[in-house]
Ligand binder design. Structure first.
Ligand SMILES: *Cc1c(COP(=O)(O)O)cnc(C)c1O
Length: 384
């Protein structure tokens, strides 16, 4: 039986382009070979460009959380004070990780749907003693909010504290300029805007971070960044890398190079604007404020007249579109449409058409085409 094509509109995994899928089926090569070293050098170089750093980038065999753990294990010594911005699920993850490594965690709790006020970070750094690092999520996937990493970096860099950023759902879709802004460590993963299956962790490390890494007292083995550094000098990795995934990373980073970072950032901003206009046009409220709305994921509130979880199920079973629900206390309250990676403006039109059909199916009063029209009107004004 013919089944609807499956379209991933969740915040990872995301659609993988055909070039990368083809690369994944290539026969493997040994990782201690000059061929593999060539791929490692090339992909590392491109990731450095995407991160905007002359520092180092390491590609780990892990999911995004592995890169986050690598950051914590190499920076946080037991008893260190850290400041963590908690505006949702992924801010909480930083907090939990830091506690696991014995940090004294000062949380800046931000109301879901809002971004952190950089002034609150200034205050936290001025009080409470010496701070090892500030941890923040560039794009809080659970609420669809972007925190202003550039503004936060300007404050943190005036102090001895390091700035550590979770860019798992933003790298390759939302700009980050590590060196220019003053970001010390960035953690990311492969299955979001980098257009790959899950399995690679990416960690960018500034030169300033090494002084802390070298003195860090936390135990580490698999995620020892010093071992990564020494091996990368010889164009290799400490352990067996995910060789097949590197073939695919070679393809997707080359696609990113071809499209150009500015065009990619604009495409994601346009997709966000289209989905937000569409949701409003059918009378649904958005969870995040406009000024801080995520370019890679939009959280939309139910209005209480329909079952949000039923809507999601209907979207998947009838129309082949997978969207995400809310996590924990937001379950049943919001649904989240992922628009990151291998998708474009026109995809948002069909995505929203399916949302309208499914809304109708679950009993929400929608005039078919109202949101689609609004999205198309935004698209008509897009310059690209
Ligand atoms: C997806 C995500 C992660 C977790 O990545 P895993 O690959 O599931 O380990 C971390 N942070 C953010 C912001 C994410 O969106």
């Amino acid at each position: 039986m013919f089944r609807e094509k499956r379209e991933l509109r969740i915040p990872g995994p995301t659609p993988v382009p055909p070039q990368a899928l083809r690369a994944l089926s290539k026969p493997l090569i040994g990782h201690r070979t000059s061929d593999f070293s060539g791929i490692l050098e090339r992909t590392t170089q491109r990731l450095k460009w995407i991160l905007g750093t002359e520092g180092e980038v390491y590609i780990l065999a892990s999911s995004g959380t592995g890169a986050m753990e690598a950051a914590v294990a190499n920076i946080v010594s037991p008893g260190d004070r850290v400041v963590v911005v908690v505006g949702g699920k992924f801010g909480e993850r930083w907090s939990e990780l830091c506690k696991s490594y014995g940090a004294v965690v000062d949380e800046i709790v931000v109301e879901p749907g809002r971004a952190v006020d950089p002034d609150d970070i200034r205050k936290a750094l001025q009080s409470g003693g010496e701070t090892r690092a500030v941890f923040i999520t560039q794009n809080e996937t659970s609420t669809g909010v972007e925190h202003d990493v550039k503004a936060v970096a300007a404050i943190v860099r005036e102090t001895p504290a390091l700035l550590i950023v979770d860019a798992v759902s933003s790298l390759g879709a939302i700009e980050i300029k590590m060196d220019e802004w003053g970001v010390d460590i960035v953690a990311a993963g492969s299955q979001k805007a980098l257009m790959l299956p899950p399995g690679l962790g990416v960690i960018g490390v500034s030169s300033r971070a090494w002084q802390v890494i070298e003195k860090c007292k936390s135990p580490r083995y698999y995620f020892d960044l010093i071992a990564c550094r020494e091996n990368l000098k010889k164009s290799t990795t400490p352990f067996t890398p995910a060789v097949g995934m590197f073939f695919a990373l070679d393809e997707t980073t080359s696609m990113i190079e071809e499209e150009g970072l500015e065009a990619i950032y604009r495409r994601h901003a346009d997709m966000r604007d289209m989905i937000r206009a569409a949701a409003r046009a059918v009378g649904l409220e958005l969870f995040a404020e406009d000024a801080v709305a995520s370019r890679t994921i939009t959280a939309i509130k139910g209005d209480g007249t329909f079952d949000v979880e039923k809507l999601r199920k209907r979207l998947a079973s009838r129309y082949g579109i997978e969207v995400a629900g809310g996590q924990e206390e937001l379950k049943g309250v919001i649904f989240r449409i992922g628009h990151m990676g291998y998708m474009d403006r026109l995809d948002m039109v069909s995505t929203w058409a399916a949302v309208e059909l499914a809304l109708l199916d679950v009993g929400y009063r929608v005039s078919l085409g109202a949101g689609v029209k609004a999205a198309m009107e935004v698209m008509a004004r897009c310059e690209y």
